[in-house]
Design a protein around this ligand. Structure first.
Ligand code: PEP
Length: 309
């Protein structure tokens, strides 16, 4: 949660954010903090995937509102087990690093697995890491489709991240056709086996899995029963690849048409460790309401209110 330096929005909206090299910011020992947070089995993760949306003025307006909402929330401050991230386009990464208040992580939507070289159009994991961006979405179904990524390609990116103390948010999910043909388990197993090839159990604990049924993205969410069944299935697959401890502790998010109206209901599914949010994450208030809908938040709010009586 301490990943990025706090820079006041008012200061940065007209400025270019400092790079770690030119600032006095300490080098990222912060990964340890991230690991500690992910190591808390009750921690919840909320990532807004902006996809190819938001220009500079939109980012400015977003954080003017979102920073205020997050910053003034006493419950969130006392919780210490919520990870909140925003994933802009590549060109939006530095503005987000500069504008997002402390506690809001900047997440890359996609990175290439090579450190540098002749890879026109790519952005390397190492280039984002330089700005203390330690999280990257990997293998979102849109990325897999648009760039024709094979599971072996996704695996290379996952390995480049975990080998460099970064956290992949690995997206997996089945198509409507695969679901209708009873192939969900087969598809998820294949994706996990191939995407996590040569990733150790220890490293896997630092991977956040986002279960995103492709048929639910941009449409309407899966039912709670479907989410619970498939997330449990994913834990079983992880258990068979690694061990039961890894299966129990790995963070698995749900993604697919989550919004401020259905988030609380979906979070009653105890196997869900948070959300990867698309459309609703473009609205700072909606995203904030989604974060607030976790049972842990509601419980902490109650405790805080009773203490303040
Ligand atoms: C997504 O594409 O990752 C996603 C979850 O989108 P939406 O919330 O809009 O369905």
């Amino acid at each position: 949660m301490e990943d990025q330096k706090e820079i006041k929005v008012e200061q940065t909206i007209t400025e270019t954010p400092e790079t770690p090299k030119t600032s006095k910011q300490k080098k990222p020992t912060k990964k340890q903090l991230v690991s500690e947070l992910l190591a808390k089995s009750n921690s919840k993760v909320f990532i807004a995937n902006w996809k190819m949306n938001n220009k500079f003025a939109d980012i400015k307006a977003y954080f003017k509102k979102f920073n205020k909402l997050i910053g003034s929330d006493k419950t969130l401050k006392t919780m210490g087990n919520v990870l909140i991230g925003v994933a802009p386009t590549a060109i939006g990464l530095l503005p987000v690093v500069g504008m997002a208040r402390k506690g809001i992580l900047t997440v890359a939507q996609n990175v290439y697995h090579k450190e540098n070289g002749s890879y026109t159009g790519c952005i390397s994991y190492d280039q984002v890491h330089e700005y203390n961006i330690n999280y990257a979405i990997v293998g979102h179904y849109e990325t897999r489709t648009i760039f024709n990524l094979k599971e072996a390609d996704v695996n290379e990116v996952v390995k480049s991240l975990v080998n460099n103390q970064m956290t992949p948010i690995l997206c997996i999910g089945e198509t409507a056709e695969e679901k209708d043909n009873g192939l969900t388990q087969k598809v998820l197993s294949k994706q996990l086996l191939n995407d996590l090839k040569d990733v150790s159990a220890n490293q896997a604990l630092n991977v956040i899995i986002a279960y995103e049924p492709i048929w639910a993205i941009g449409k309407s969410p899966a039912t709670n029963d479907e989410i619970d069944k498939n997330i449990k299935m994913i834990r079983e697959i992880i258990g068979s690849i690694y061990d039961s401890e890894t299966a129990k502790n790995i963070h698995i998010l749900y993604g697919g048409s989550v919004d401020e109206n259905n988030a609380a209901e979906i979070l009653t599914v105890r196997s869900v460790d948070g959300f990867l949010v698309g459309r609703a994450g473009l609205d700072p208030l909606a995203f904030y309401k989604i974060i607030k809908s976790s049972p842990e938040y509601i419980e902490s709010e109650k405790i805080l209110k009773s203490k303040n009586k």
